[in-house]
Write a protein that binds this ligand. Sequence first.
Ligand SMILES: *Cc1c(COP(=O)(O)O)cnc(C)c1O
Length: 390
Amino acid sequence: MLSPFKDPIYVTRPLLPDAQKVNQKINEIWKSKWVTNNGQQHKELEIQLQEYLNVDHISLFNNGTLALLLGLKALNLKGEVITTPFTFPATVQALDWNGLTPVFCDIDSNTLNIDANKIEALITENTSAILGVHVFGNPCDVYKINEIAEKYNLKVIYDGAHVFGTTVDGKPIGSFGDMTMFSFHATKLFNTVEGGALTVNDKNLHQKLNLLKNFGLASPEDVVLSGLNAKMNEVQAGIGLEVLKLVDEERLKRDKIKQTYERKLAGIPGIRVLTTLQNECSSYQYFVIEIDREKYGRSRDWVHEELNKYNVFTRKYFYPLCSDFEWYKHLESAQPKNLPKAQKSVNQVLSIPFYGELELESAEKICAILKEIHVGFLEETEYQLGGDIL
Ligand SMILES: *Cc1c(COP(=O)(O)O)cnc(C)c1O
């Protein structure tokens, strides 16, 4: 029986710059007496992120949810939007706040993303857009989605909260579709404590977004759109500039952990690693496994609880499905029978601890625990011991 970790191990830890560096930034901002509204830090972060994400235009926001909400607003959508039930609540809540009805499409069990082959059947005369989510850093089938959108004249928006710096066939992820939302929440690979952005290819759309996040003010006395206040402030932007310097090294550290997990988890019956696709540059946002109850001998929920006893705290992202929210249950597309793959995966997924500071030894131990607690482990060891004696 392995002993519990002395200190709790959480699913993630924020990537934080040295407090001294943050102090320097704050001093700089204080001296300028310009603390929000497109100040120097904000301008600089926009330039650096545009470059890092390799996109035509970027607009910063105070969080990812409001970025998505205003992005949808900017596209003047009506009626229905085809999306995935397997996502964080913010994705569909951004639709709600725009008076748009989600039409839930089942997922691809391999990537956990919206199954592009099932989208077309859901299109009606009320459909105005497709809202895809690049779940856990695995890109959606952006080519197929683009094809469908062109055929039916639909807008395409991506929730890219998990794909900071990801590419598809060498192309930046933020360049696909009409726009992509990024979240810079503390739990995301790159963070500004709270924050977010939209990347767009269209210059006019970019201007509109900049208006929408600042009350629709074209000038102090000219209100041209019904906007909101969703601006990123100077402290957020200043911290972001420091965090950005750390991102590449964090990726390398997470890559080592990823490799350790993949090596050590291989061969444990009933555990499948979900975040290892070809053709992508991983964002290293999460490390996600799927637990097959039949083969592993225990359910995902049991494992989640059992790991707590070892002081390991995992998350069941994205349980429950958005289609199971009380206010969507009446929708035809939300019926469990229409979403068999999502219903299955949502009860199998588990995000396990994944952040640069996690020691490789700890990652190895987590794998050893996962091995120790699966049903059949004892019989296997007894069998091996028996073999040794003979
Ligand atoms: C984190 C997250 C969001 C919300 O972003 P915030 O910046 O926290 O508002 C939206 N969608 C997904 C998939 C997320 O993981």
